[in-house]
Design a protein around this ligand. Structure first.
Ligand SMILES: Nc1nc2c(c(=O)[nH]1)N[C@H]1C(S)=C(S)[C@@H](COP(=O)(O)O)O[C@H]1N2
Ligand SMILES: [Mo]
Length: 220
């Protein structure tokens, strides 16, 4: 059995595939971030649920790496030590999981994706980003969304190192898309010319994932 098949067999993964097939949670409403804070079909939580494929890799800091590859001027590998030397930013954002929970006012600290982009310099042909994590998870986003002003390669949440269950030592946060785009335990960022589906995107979920128009599933 492939690793992806093993991951895909967890109970939640099976349910999430079925929800995609049935269009579950779709309200047909549209709301706008300018006037409403909670996207359609979402409910607010105060705790922070853990969602993943069921394997939470332990990545010791001395073997942690971030590889940037593909269509960039400067392909780079950061170690934990060299990553800490990059400019540090703080961002506060709301997060929205496709399973319908949202959580407000999360304070993140780490490296703004824009600061990383300034260093690696995507080539003009680069239009999409494929993210790969230490648990084998993949997800895809357009480069412009990866480059959003509040997107961050986060090492801290509410002033504390991000715990292993939430994607530590480092995870991506792209708050304006459904949270499955925010890869935990991020290991590799590849810049590509045309869009390539990641794990959930091959399992019934949207290539883009805009919570404000309930873009949950593949054909929405
Ligand atoms: N590496 C990795 N990243 C992942 C996932 C995963 O299974 N593996 N799950 C995604 C999903 S579906 C969600 S909702 C969020 C959950 O993050 P949390 O567990 O910190 O709430 O992580 C996303 N990033
Ligand atoms: Mo999710």
């Amino acid at each position: 059995m492939s690793e992806e098949q093993t991951q895909a067999d967890s109970k939640l993964t099976t349910s999430k595939r079925r929800w995609a097939a049935e269009g579950k949670f779709l309200t047909g409403k549209i709301s706008r971030p300018e006037t409403e804070r909670l996207p359609p079909g979402q409910h607010l939580v105060k705790n922070w649920p853990v969602l993943d494929l069921g394997q939470q890799p332990h990545v010791p800091l001395d073997s942690w790496r971030l590889d940037v590859r593909g269509l960039v001027e400067n392909q780079t590998t950061w170690s934990w030590k060299t990553f800490q030397r990059l400019e540090q930013s703080k961002k506060v954002s709301d997060i929205h999981c496709v399973t319908t929970w949202s959580r407000y006012d999360n304070e993140w600290q780490g490296v703004a994706t824009r600061d990383l982009l300034d260093l690696v310099m995507p080539k003009p042909e680069a239009h999409f980003v494929l993210l790969t994590s230490y648990d084998g998870y993949t997800t895809n986003v357009p480069l412009v969304d990866f480059a959003a002003e509040d997107a961050i390669l986060a090492t801290h949440w509410e002033g504390q190192p991000i715990t292993r269950e939430h994607g530590g030592p480092m995870r991506l946060v792209i708050p304006h898309l459904y949270f499955w785009k925010s890869a935990k335990w991020l290991n590799r960022i590849e810049f590509i010319a045309s869009d390539q589906a990641g794990f959930w995107e091959r399992n019934g979920y949207s290539m883009y994932g805009d919570p404000w128009i309930e873009q949950r599933y593949s054909d929405d």
